[in-house]
Design a protein around this ligand. Structure first.
Ligand SMILES: Nc1ncnc2c1ncn2[C@@H]1O[C@H](COP(=O)(O)OP(=O)(O)OP(=O)(O)O)[C@@H](O)[C@H]1O
Length: 347
């Protein structure tokens, strides 16, 4: 990996200061400031239209900011700096492939564009776990294998900074997890990675820090752990549906909200111990699970999409008394609550 010895140690890989970009009436990026540290796995999160792509394209030198300052590896990315290009790798959602070529032929072609030999292509195929598929035509690769090839195309010239735009979009859960290992390996090589994803579990598992953009502004910027801790987001207790009525559950001391989601009665609370005691006294704890807060909870609070269709102790929604009718908030709990956030209490 080529590095720049002219830069002071500890200087950020990317520095963005008060950057703005407007398209007609739309202020797509509205005064964003952030640093991406060297060797950092940095996530850029936010709802559709939040300004992520615009900001990344400004960092990549594909767009000019209206105002503000951007430094990438010590250089201004705009106007395009040919000294900078070999030091950056860019994977976009619309990565172009030579589909009639094999995976290896495609990568040898891309490597050639950077004046790298076939050995660079072979090394990169190995890095992304595609050596076995090297002779498969690109058009016959699976979705996950194509995403690996897209990442390989961004890596083949050994850049120190890599931009990855939703590389796991449209992958099945196993392919997604497999790709995480490839991404972790890239980080362990010391590369700086700027990563966009709509998968909050992924950002939580992979990113050292994340910025959450909302309407072109930075709504939060920190490590996932600190964001979750600082938000004080509620814990959840999941009871088998039918164990308690939703109104009865919402009225328990310490319960902030009760919903029915995916066949479970979900109790949100800031005092899980107290609620567990109350549930234990009423029904026992057999089959009761707890889930701690996740980055997705923080994200949903910040982006204003949390809490649809809940029963609340202070203002119980009459419609929510029907468990079926109340089951509208499955997205809030999300598929992200993996085993690491889950504990089953056996009585
Ligand atoms: N070339 C363009 N011309 C006009 N408006 C644009 C252009 N590109 C983006 N926009 C608008 O700017 C805003 C930010 O778009 P951007 O693509 O940066 O958001 P995003 O966070 O990447 O969204 P997504 O998650 O959907 O990719 C949106 O309202 C979008 O419609």
């Amino acid at each position: 990996m080529t590095t720049d010895s002219t830069q002071p140690p500890g200087s950020p890989a990317i520095s963005v200061q008060d950057v703005r970009k407007r398209y007609g009436d739309r202020q797509a990026v509205d005064g964003v400031s952030l640093d991406v540290r060297r060797g950092e796995f940095f996530g850029l999160l936010g709802p559709n239209g939040a300004g992520k792509t615009t900001l990344i394209e400004i960092m990549e030198g594909l767009r000019q900011a209206d105002s503000g300052t951007v430094r990438v590896l010590g250089h201004s990315p705009w106007p395009r700096d040919t000294a900078l290009l070999p030091r950056m790798g860019v994977q976009t959602q619309a990565s172009a492939f030579f589909v009639r070529q094999s995976a290896r032929e495609h990568l040898v072609t891309v490597a050639g564009l950077y004046r790298r030999g076939p050995e660079a292509a072979d090394r990169t195929l190995e890095t992304v776990g595609l050596t076995e598929q090297r002779d498969v035509l690109v058009e016959n690769l699976s979705g996950g294998q194509r995403q690996r090839l897209a990442i390989a195309s961004a890596l083949v010239h050994d850049p120190e900074l890599i931009f990855l735009d939703e590389p796991t979009a449209a992958l099945d859960p196993q392919a997604r997890r497999d790709l995480w290992e490839v991404l972790r390996a890239l980080k362990s090589e010391g590369r700086t990675i700027v990563y966009t994803t709509h998968h909050l579990d992924e950002a939580e598992a992979l990113c050292d820090r994340v910025a959450i953009l909302v309407d072109g502004r930075t709504a939060a910027l920190d490590s996932p752990h600190r964001l979750v801790t600082a938000a004080g987001a509620p814990s959840r207790l999941l009871l088998p549906q039918g164990r308690l009525g939703i109104e009865e559950a919402a009225a328990l001391p310490g319960v902030d909200r009760a919903t029915v989601q995916g066949g479970s009665l979900v109790l949100e609370t800031a005092t899980p111990g107290k609620v567990l005691q109350a549930v234990d006294a009423l029904t026992g704890l057999d089959g009761v699970m707890t889930r701690t807060a996740t980055l997705e909870d923080v994200y949903l609070e910040l982006t204003g999409t949390a809490h649809p269709g809940a029963a609340h102790p202070a203002a119980a929604d009459p419609g929510a008394a029907d468990p079926g009718a109340a089951d509208t908030a499955a997205g809030h709990l999300g598929p992200q609550a993996g085993p690491h956030t889950q504990t089953e209490h056996q009585a």
